[in-house]
Design a protein around this ligand. Structure first.
Ligand code: PMP
Length: 779
């Protein structure tokens, strides 16, 4: 029974007065309706100026449950003298639970409880740490006492607020309007499934109050806890849930929530020692409780729009969800363990050194790690990365987990499909066809034939083979400084890798055209696109002079690794025209720029107003799951059917397809393009303010949330400043923000965060960049 579905009683104050007089023998002086989720609660004052709480419960609330609550109250009240509990006042005929009927003849249970004087914890702006330690002590005492308490009605299998049933509330998630809050809540439901549910059976169980939040805890002016009220959610469940609910409440409306949880845990542990396992679960239980509250509040907004009580904490819980996901779970566990004087679980710097040495045993030195001191990662949480050392990083650079790390929709889709079917594309299975339908629906005609592969390099490699099969030619034209992948064929078309001093240079069949860099290049202004595009004419002539023809032109529609260079207007239109006139095909490499990164369009080539013959995609296509694709025209695909069979063992497997489908779902359901466009505008505005402030920022460029900040040592000569760029990146890492450098000279700060990043994250990023630049420039 989900009590939320019950009919809430509606009794008038007069009826209540009359009833209390006749049934309890008390002369009522005043009646005040206090509101509640499901019941009706009144504050009663009698002629002796004694105060009571009169509760009316829907009759579907079983009588035994109310009896269990009464007995639990009596038990803790008889043993814990330092705190008051709402003892039950019997009726004239000695009954603790009475019956009352409304005007329509419907019956309800009623109870009269002693009122406890004191200030609600909710009335304290920011309760101090010692209150939480006190509360922890009280809850520890209660749990110790109730360990030996038992009542058949405490075994309530389906109460929505019992944390073991957290997932019951998950069905209300779609009612949460704000995609950010919905996503974080879902993330915590997912962690509940993976971290808590499997070990629920192992946890200590007892009857617990499980509702020690700010409206159930009374305090006095000396910061002492004086009362615990509202035993309506008392149930037999995992004992640690009691403390976890209090902890969830303790993190609301503050930025030092973890410290308050530590204070609670310290107090509790002193009375009722926690196990290491219980402590390790608290982070996830707090997250789950935040998720349950948000989902239930969304449900009540629809089912009980006038119930203000059910929305009391909505804003605070939303803010707390954002705060809690930025807390590193390992740090949380360690902090709580230390509050219980248990040894730390965080690795030391020596442990990390050993990991680095170990890595060198098995991996080539060419596989270098980012940053001076590598990151030893443990978890991803949407826009955050949590390392094993207890730090949290705001990830502003990983464009693969484009919808955020461990996005629950994608993680669940993958989890579900691996338990169902994973095979290869030589069979028919629906998700592959469905994915191809959905993916090609995002593209203009005639791009309708899909090849599913496993990496951006494989996609580009295959694109070149398709072009070769279609044109019969081998020569490829690329944009200078471009990067297209790691296979032999892709390395050959990546000037960024091989066409620089000390490197082999491009092979004879690969030709570069000048990068259309309106910042450093010779052409600027309105006709720059046309002028840069003219370079391809010379290259095409050279190829023809050699008695060869062009097979393909391949380019990103914004040069990514080459330095975040935005193509000038009309550039691709012109180049594509020349290439096609010469019989070549045009390949758009969307590996970095696709799937909404630029905000205005799903595909970056759309921003150049062209339709490629072949589109390659990868990186964010499945949010980090290894997958990539080539989409082309039926004509080109047919030419590839030339007797040389192409098969890709993993490409298009059902697990990858469902991951890809989930990515496309999120693109719509989380309003990604609109978010990117809004945040991009803000980011550019703020970065350009920094540009005005610091001479070392020579340029701020990019599209959507793919942004480069070019640093120079000399504003007039535009001398690249790779050392400064590296320092900036390292210092920001020290401040918990991940960025990286990019470009031919590594002097460009690249900003390409998950697209679900928030407005506050953009502010934090730019404020921190400002702070770092100020300190480095003044050095
Ligand atoms: N094309 C572009 C534009 C890329 O940026 C990359 C990777 N950085 C690739 C292709 C190659 O993709 P992958 O690493 O998945 O092989």
């Amino acid at each position: 029974m989900l009590s939320a579905e019950n009919l809430q009683p509606v009794f008038s104050s007069d009826t209540i007065s009359a009833c209390i007089q006749s049934v309890y023998g008390k002369q009522v002086v005043s009646v005040q309706n206090l509101g509640s989720y499901f019941d009706q609660n009144f504050l009663i004052v009698d002629q002796l100026n004694e105060k009571f709480i009169f509760k009316i419960h829907d009759i579907t609330e079983r009588r035994e449950v109310l009896d269990m609550q009464n007995q639990a109250i009596a038990r803790v009240a008889s043993r814990i003298v330092s705190v008051d509990f709402p003892l039950v006042q019997a009726t004239i005929d000695g009954s603790e639970i009475g019956e009352i009927q409304d005007s329509s003849g419907r019956n309800y249970w009623m109870r009269l409880l002693h009122y406890i004087d004191g200030e609600l914890l909710a009335d304290r702006a920011t309760p101090c740490r010692s209150i939480y330690t006190e509360l922890g002590i009280t809850l520890g005492k209660m749990d110790l006492e109730l360990q030996s308490f038992n009542h058949i009605a405490a075994y309530r299998p389906d109460t929505a607020w019992d944390l073991k049933n957290a997932l019951l509330a998950k069905k209300h998630l779609p009612l949460i309007g704000n995609p950010e809050i919905r996503r974080i809540a879902d993330y915590y439901f997912m962690l509940f499934e993976s971290e808590v549910q499997p070990i629920l059976g192992d946890l200590r169980k007892s009857v617990v109050h499980q509702d020690a939040h700010r409206y159930s805890v009374l305090v006095n002016s000396n910061d002492r806890v004086t009362g615990i009220i509202d035993f309506g959610d008392t149930v037999h469940t995992a004992t640690i849930f009691n403390l976890s609910v209090a902890a969830y409440d303790a993190i609301l409306d503050r930025t030092d929530g973890l410290d308050m949880v530590a204070a609670l845990v310290k107090g509790y542990h002193s009375e009722y020692p926690l196990t290491g396992q219980e402590i390790s679960l608290m982070y996830f239980l707090i997250g789950a409780r935040l998720a349950v509250y948000t989902a239930m509040a969304a449900h009540f907004r629809v089912t009980q729009p006038d119930n203000v009580h059910a929305q009391l904490k909505s804003k605070s819980v939303s803010a707390a969800l954002k705060y809690w996901i930025s807390v590193n779970p390992a740090r949380a566990e360690d902090t709580l363990r230390r509050a219980c004087t248990m040894p730390s679980i965080l690795p030391t710097e020596t442990d990390l050194n050993n990991k680095i040495t170990k890595r060198e045993e098995h991996f080539p030195t060419s596989l270098y790690t980012h940053y001076e001191r590598p990151l030893y990662l443990e978890r991803g949480a949407l826009q955050y990365l949590h390392d094993a050392m207890g730090h949290t990083y705001l990830d502003c650079v990983n464009n693969v987990c484009q919808w955020g790390h461990c996005h629950p929709t994608i993680a669940r889709a993958i989890q579900h499909q691996v338990t169902k079917l994973n095979t290869n594309s030589r069979y028919i299975y629906d998700v592959m066809a469905e994915y191809a339908d959905r993916l090609t629906a995002t593209m203009p005609d005639p791009l309708s034939v899909c090849f599913f592969v496993n990496s951006g390099s494989e996609a580009n490699d295959l694109a070149l083979r398709l072009a070769h099969a279609y044109t019969g030619q081998r020569d490829v034209i690329v944009v200078d400084k471009a990067y297209h992948g790691n296979s032999d064929r892709c390395t050959e078309i990546s000037p960024h890798r091989i066409d620089r001093p000390g490197k082999p240079g491009l092979p004879a069949h690969v030709h570069k055209i000048m990068v259309p860099d309106a910042f450093r290049g010779p052409y600027k202004g309105a006709d720059a696109g046309k002028k840069y595009a003219a370079d391809v004419v010379n290259v095409l002539e050279n190829i023809t002079n050699e008695k060869r023809g062009v097979s393909a032109f391949i380019a990103e529609s914004l040069v990514g690794t080459g330095g975040q260079i935005v193509l000038p207007g009309g550039y691709l239109e012109q180049v594509y025209k020349h290439i096609r006139n010469s019989g070549g095909v045009c390949v758009a490499d969307e590996v970095q720029m696709g799937f909404g990164r630029i905000g205005t369009h799903i595909w970056c080539f759309e921003s150049q107003n062209v339709i490629p013959d072949i589109v390659t995609m990868g990186k964010p296509i499945a949010n980090g799951h290894p997958m990539a694709a080539v989409v082309t025209t039926p004509e080109i695909a047919a030419a590839f059917n030339n007797g040389v069979s192409y098969f890709n063992t993993f490409g298009g497997n059902p697990v990858s397809c469902v991951a890809g489908l989930a990515v496309l779902d999120i693109l719509d359901s989380e309003n990604i393009l609109a978010n990117v466009s809004a945040l991009s505008e803000k980011l550019f505005l703020r970065l350009r303010e920094l540009q005005d402030k610091y001479d070392c920022i020579a340029d701020v460029r990019g599209l959507g949330l793919y942004v480069g900040v070019e640093l120079v040592t000399d504003a007039a000569l535009l001398t690249p400043a790779p050392r400064l760029a590296k320092q900036v990146v390292e210092q920001l890492k020290g401040m918990g923000i991940l960025l990286n450098t990019n470009g031919y000279d590594n002097n460009i700060i690249k900003i390409k965060p998950p697209l679900i990043i928030g407005c506050q994250d953009i502010d934090r990023l730019v404020d921190s960049l400002d702070e770092v630049l100020a300190s480095l420039i003044l050095e």
